[in-house]
Design a protein around this ligand. Structure first.
Ligand code: KG4
Ligand code: ZN
Length: 344
């Protein structure tokens, strides 16, 4: 089967991502982020994100075509994230994809954002092919999900996800209460460098034996955020200066510990010696280091795609669609819409 040329559109959160792939080869990956516009609110504002997508789509598509040296007429298919994500933001991408598909008379594929994150791995030309089954941990500002991937195109099972805040969201909220700017992940990382991760014993959400029975693969970060807020408030009430570096390091350690512990539990339970990481929080060096170290001790190999493919992007959506086409999947019909809670 010939390698399909696919254009992928990703607008589920604050990144307008346009990617073009041929088969498993990345041709372009254009990302326009509205992050700066959300900074003063301390988090992504759905209305602002949707409007930004509307403005960024057309120039982003043109830039991606120019970069890859292909024309719209060359495309074999158009792909779009239909969920999960912010409803208004998703709708902009879905509308654009339908318009392109109809006007160009090209098949259209609606795909799942989380499965797209897994497909990003395929575009890593330096890595050996992805082996199955693999456990995948996806951590970003919008999601924290643990998945069992038996086959990318036919068999992806959601094992668990966050019950409240996403891991990146927790970083952003804790940064805010420490007086650090948005996005908080890189700021906490920087502050934590000179701190003691053992200084404060912050709670590990859903990790007690009783929780592990019912929510073995689920996450919760809102209790941790509240614990940090209370700890900081108490110091301030006593007129003490807050040891920002120690708080940041201890908070980061709590998040990393829970993420890695649960991901490795999933590997052990399912007899899977492979763990794939994805999502923007993977930029966290401590998370990568702890995951690699603890996985090695259990005989688990960790795969981490390049960061430009880990954060939200259109190339992963195009890559997943390319795999679907090569496996014989029929295109979507035009009835689908944006689905903010689309299951895998
Ligand atoms: O995947 P991503 O770029 O976008 C969406 O979530 O849509 O992830 C962004 C999230 C933000 O919450 C940001 O604070 C977090 O990833 N992040 C980090 C780091 N860099 C970015 N979190 C922890 N440590 C980092 N170094
Ligand atoms: Zn994402």
């Amino acid at each position: 089967r010939a390698e399909p040329l696919v254009l992928g559109i990703e607008t589920s959160c604050d990144e307008t991502g346009i990617g073009i792939v041929r088969g498993r080869t990345l041709l372009s990956n254009t990302i326009a982020s509205s992050m700066d516009e959300h900074a003063r609110y301390g988090g992504v504002v759905p209305e602002v994100a949707a409007r930004a997508h509307l403005e960024a789509l057309q120039p982003s598509i043109e830039a991606a075509l120019a970069e890859s040296g292909v024309t719209l007429a060359d495309l074999d298919a158009v792909a779009v994230t239909s969920g999960p994500g912010l409803a208004g933001a998703l709708m902009v991408g879905v509308g654009a994809a339908k318009a392109l598909s109809v006007s160009l008379e090209k098949p259209l594929y609606a795909v799942n954002h989380l499965v797209g994150h897994i497909a990003a791995d395929i575009l890593d030309a330096d890595a050996p092919p992805l082996e199955y089954p693999t456990v995948a941990l996806l951590v970003s500002g919008g999601h924290t999900s643990l998945l069992l991937v038996r086959d990318l195109t036919t068999d992806v099972e959601l094992l668990g996800e966050t019950m409240d805040d996403a891991a990146g969201e927790a970083f952003d909220k804790v940064a805010r209460l420490l007086g650090l700017p948005y996005p908080g992940g890189p700021e906490i990382d920087r502050a934590a460098a000179s701190g003691d991760p053992k200084a404060i014993a912050f709670p590990r959400g859903l990790s007690r034996a009783s929780d592990m029975a019912k929510h073995r693969y689920d996450f919760s970060f809102s209790g941790l955020k509240t614990a940090v807020a209370r700890w900081v408030e108490q110091r301030e009430a006593q007129g003490e200066t807050v040891p920002v570096a120690d708080v940041a390091a201890s908070f980061r350690e709590a998040v990393v510990d829970v993420l890695v512990t649960k991901a490795l539990a999933a590997c052990r339970d399912h007899g899977v010696p492979r763990l794939l990481l994805g999502g923007g929080v993977i930029a966290n060096r401590r998370l990568r280091d702890v995951a690699i170290e603890r996985a090695a001790a259990e005989g688990v190999t960790v795969r981490i795609p390049p960061l430009s493919l880990c954060t939200d992007n259109g190339a992963m959506i195009a890559a997943l669609t390319s795999e679907l086409i090569m496996s014989g999947r029929a295109p979507s019909t035009l009835e689908f819409g944006a689905d903010s809670t689309l299951p895998v």
